[in-house]
Design a protein around this ligand. Structure first.
Ligand code: ANZ
Length: 866
């Protein structure tokens, strides 16, 4: 029963401005759909989440979630992603910030084209239909976007500036064409960037990727390799360490030396890259990548039989993925090329082999093989009976102290660790042996000495090598940004003049979009025919389109003035808003998108257009939503559909269910997401607002202290919890406050207690992060003006934060077995003693022996038993 008078404030007609007034409160019964509709209409009308203009005095926050590809319906991954960034955006508004939280669509790309081929539809129509559908879903989900900045990368107004960017890179020598062996997807019939090849397969369709020699456009990201690596240090602590590590590995900086070897019967020397020049005396053969030009040249000079064996081997290698080639547990294969190299330090003849574990496009595509100290070389030497020579004694550490490898032996016999016998390469630290004047030196000193010697003799030099390759950006597909270059009849390639940009896509009508290895745009005769801007002679447009990762490499800047037709973005607005303060997205973008966006940001910095070198100050990766431990997918038939869930319990229950299911970065099993539980909680929350009988101007200080303490503890902790992205804890704390409030209403001072109003308002203000519709409704029921989403959070009263007693839980083998009421200041020893003495604990322990105790005073004592 509701105490009488409870409706006093509900009947007030509330309005923000003329015509934006939401209808009076829906009903005391919780009808999430009615509440949702009402507040969504009110938001659409009043546009409360639009970012403030230049004269807005509040500090700015730029909150962004990785923009979606318009694949149709939203899925649970989207539901999670945009929920988290919405929580952050709402939080900063409550903290007095001018928040920019924009949304757009990454709307170029293969799926549109493939769907179009399958159904004979226009990729454009398919794409924009999907965008409309997703937009409606976002609105139904209650995300507080600034819709005025919506953009689509497939609009000419957007891709105009991709073309501008391309030309700027071209002017700076950072966009270029070259012929090389590229990754080719035989199904999608297009080239792929290295980053789009996952375990040897096409990232999109899963087909095994093959190598094909083609002339393509590249962005010279390798010029930025050092900066891309070094600047990761700036992000330490604000990006997940896993992502930083993945980027470091991908860029893969190795320091070592280039060493030049004379090849018998060849005028020019060849260089090899080695991280272990100290082992030069241990080189016993040389290996070249079979698919390198060098191997072909060396094989050409060999006997007929070897030439044939080499050809057959080359074909076999062409069918092997790069991952397999590098795998250590694969039998080693290769062909001796009947040629010899000469070791520059001792004049020894080293037989030259072609073997697939050496890659053509790393270092110089050739290695000096040191089987004693490199596992792959050792496996190869053992397979083909080549000599193994130990040149670093790893049984003695660099300091000269004997390292005991076999604990039963005093000194290890070198023989017992001979790699030729054990099959285990000696890769550790040690002192040099069998290396002439280098003998006795530590690895580090020997490396420095060898490099100095090589440099003196002019046969080598210190070098740094990167794993990172240049970014291949041209694609032989239709639905992308046309590359703004012109091929003249006399073989020049010139930029489309800036005043003729954008080069817009022709209509897809009449074009055969089926993948066939050349761009469908080449067949659009009218489109492709143009004139040489310098001579006016007939010429052809470049028929390729850009990788869509170009589109997403700078979109966060376009949101700052998305409608400009005079510039890609405004440097002045970038100064105000960028870099992005908080960026939420999936870890699947740990390399591709984030690396490209970091690269383009650095180029824009060098152009003087932005004043920062890293685009995203903080990165939040969400886990996946899975079902029964497995990734959801259409083909497995285990999809939980966003729209169905939205229909069931409404947006807020879905939002609360997801937020409560676990830590942001963890995968969440849909089994653990309870939208019905969330629904009940929201109904309880709204109910307390309905029950409040005191007036909005009541003096809180007169309220019940126990309840006020819970409220103020929330005010003290909520900001920190949100900043640490502990959204599940925020939900738990809201549940705690709702329960405490209910208790006061039902059994304590009653609904008229000012502390009840204070608590209910606190619930509304914090709940807005996660369940904004219910929060708005509560706020209105409480007699306050909309919108709660724009209200400032309150601060905790320190005098209400001193805790007298707290509840400590006692766990045994991970299960809570008892709880104790203890002083907040209890010592760990005291707490452990109390826990051990507790009757319930003793009962459930029985005669089991405690083997480990963890005490976190004053909250937890955890016993582990045998
Ligand atoms: C001799 C040597 C002796 C090496 C030794 C290692 C250990 P990271 O660290 O990954 O940069 N290498 C060079 N170019 C290669 C290629 N194209 N394909 C396959 N392997 C190649 O690896 C550098 C090391 O990998 C180089 O140092 C070279 O082998 C090999 F005890 O040179 B090393």
């Amino acid at each position: 029963m509701r105490p009488c008078g409870a409706h006093r404030f509900h009947l007030v007609r509330l309005s923000v401005t003329e015509n934006t007034s939401p209808e009076a409160v829906v009903d005391t019964a919780f009808d999430p759909h009615a509440i949702q509709q009402k507040w969504q209409a009110a938001w659409a009308e009043a546009d409360p989440f639009r970012a403030g203009g230049d004269d807005d005095p509040r500090p700015r926050k730029y909150i962004l979630a990785m923009f979606p590809y318009p694949s149709g319906d939203l899925h649970m991954g989207h539901a999670e992603n945009y929920l988290y960034s919405d929580i952050v955006a709402r939080f900063w508004r409550h903290r007095g910030h001018n928040v920019l939280n924009p949304i757009g669509w990454d709307s170029f790309g293969l799926p549109a084209e493939n769907a179009a081929i399958l159904r004979g539809a226009d990729p454009k129509v398919w794409t924009y239909d999907n965008i409309a559908q997703q937009k409606a879903a976002f609105q139904a989900y209650g995300v507080s976007f600034d819709w005025s900045r919506e953009l689509h990368t497939s609009d000419p107004e957007y891709y105009h500036w991709n073309q501008w960017l391309f030309q700027k890179l071209h002017e700076r020598g950072l966009a270029y064409r070259k012929e090389s062996a590229v990754n080719w997807c035989p199904v999608d019939q297009t080239v792929l960037a290295n980053e789009q090849v996952v375990d040897g397969h096409c990232e999109r369709c899963g087909a095994a990727v093959v190598k094909k020699k083609l002339t393509q456009w590249y962005f010279k990201i390798t010029d930025y390799a050092d900066r891309l690596l070094d600047d990761l240090n700036q992000l330490e602590g604000s990006w997940p360490s896993k992502v930083l590590q993945m980027q470091r590995n991908w860029i893969g900086r190795s320091t070592g030396a280039d060493i030049d070897f004379v090849i018998e019967g060849r005028e020019e020397k060849i260089s090899v890259f080695s991280t272990r020049p100290d082992t030069l005396h241990g080189a016993t053969f040389m290996v070249v990548a079979p698919d390198s030009d060098l191997a072909a040249e060396l094989a050409a000079g060999a006997s007929n039989e070897v030439r044939m064996r080499f050809q057959a081997y080359l074909e076999e290698v062409g069918r092997t993925s790069e991952i397999d080639r590098q795998s250590t547990d694969r039998p080693k294969t290769g062909v001796f090329l009947e040629r010899y190299a000469v070791n520059p330090v001792n004049g020894e003849r080293l037989p030259i082999w072609a073997a697939d574990y050496v890659l053509a496009d790393y270092g110089h595509g050739a290695v000096m093989a040191v089987p004693a100290h490199d596992q792959r070389d050792l496996d190869f030497a053992r397979a083909f009976d080549l000599p193994v020579r130990v040149v670093v004694d790893t049984t003695a550490s660099a300091t000269g102290v004997i390292r005991v490898i076999d604990p039963d032996a005093e000194i290890v016999e070198l023989d017992s660790i001979d790699p030729a016998k054990t099959g285990v390469a000696l890769t550790g630290e040690g002192r040099l042996i069998n290396s002439g004047k280098l003998d006795g030196l530590s690895k580090r000193n020997a490396i420095a000495r060898v490099i100095a010697q090589l440099e003196d003799a002019g046969t080598g030099r210190a070098t740094t090598t990167f794993r990172l390759r240049d970014w291949l950006i041209s694609r032989q597909r239709f639905w992308g940004t046309p590359i703004p270059m012109i091929h003249t009849d006399d073989g020049r390639i010139v930029p489309v003049p800036e005043d003729q940009l954008p080069v817009t896509l022709p209509s897809a009508e009449g074009l055969d979009l089926k993948p066939k290895g050349t761009s469908p745009l080449g067949a659009a005769t009218e489109w492709v025919t143009t004139v040489d801007p310098e001579t006016g002679e007939p010429a052809r447009r470049d028929p390729d389109t850009m990788d869509t990762f170009v589109d997403s490499s700078w979109y966060f800047l376009r949101f700052l003035n998305p409608n400009s037709d005079v510039e890609a973005f405004s440097p002045e607005q970038a100064r105000r808003w960028a870099p992005v303060d908080s960026y939420v997205g999936g870890v699947e973008h740990a390399i591709l998108h984030l690396l490209y966006a970091r690269f383009i940001t650095k180029v824009l910095y060098d152009m003087g257009l932005v004043e920062f070198t890293e685009p995203f100050s903080r990165l939040i990766n969400q886990g996946m939503v899975i079902l029964d431990g497995a990734k959801m997918s259409k083909s497995k038939g285990n999809l939980v559909l966003f729209n169905e869930e939205l229909q069931a319990e409404g947006a807020d229950a879905l939002r609360v269910g997801l937020a409560f299911a676990g830590p942001v970065e963890d995968d969440k099993d849909w089994k653990d997401v309870s939208t019905t539980g969330a629904h009940k909680f929201l109904a309880r929350a709204l109910r307390i607002a309905h029950d409040v009988t005191s007036a909005p101007d009541v003096v809180w200080a007169d309220g019940d202290t126990a309840l006020r303490r819970v409220t103020h503890k929330l005010w003290a902790d909520a900001p920190g919890l949100v900043e640490q992205t502990k959204f599940n804890v925020v939900v738990a704390r809201l549940m705690e406050l709702v329960n405490a409030t209910r208790k006061t209403i039902d059994s304590g001072a009653g609904a008229a207690d000012p502390a009840v109003r204070e608590a209910a308002e606190a619930v509304a203000l914090v709940l807005d992060l996660i369940a904004p519709h219910t929060a708005e409704e509560m706020w209105q029921v409480l007699g306050r003006e909309p919108f709660v989403g724009l209200e400032q959070w309150r601060t905790a009263d320190p005098s209400l934060l001193v805790e007298d007693d707290v509840t400590a839980v006692v766990q045994i083998d991970g299960k809570v077995r008892s709880s104790l009421s203890v002083s907040a200041k209890i010592s760990p020893e005291e707490l452990e003693a109390l826990a051990r003495a507790d009757e319930k604990v003793q009962r459930s322990l029985g005669d089991r022996e405690i083997v480990r105790v963890i005490v976190r005073a004053p909250k937890i004592v955890s016993f582990a038993t045998k």
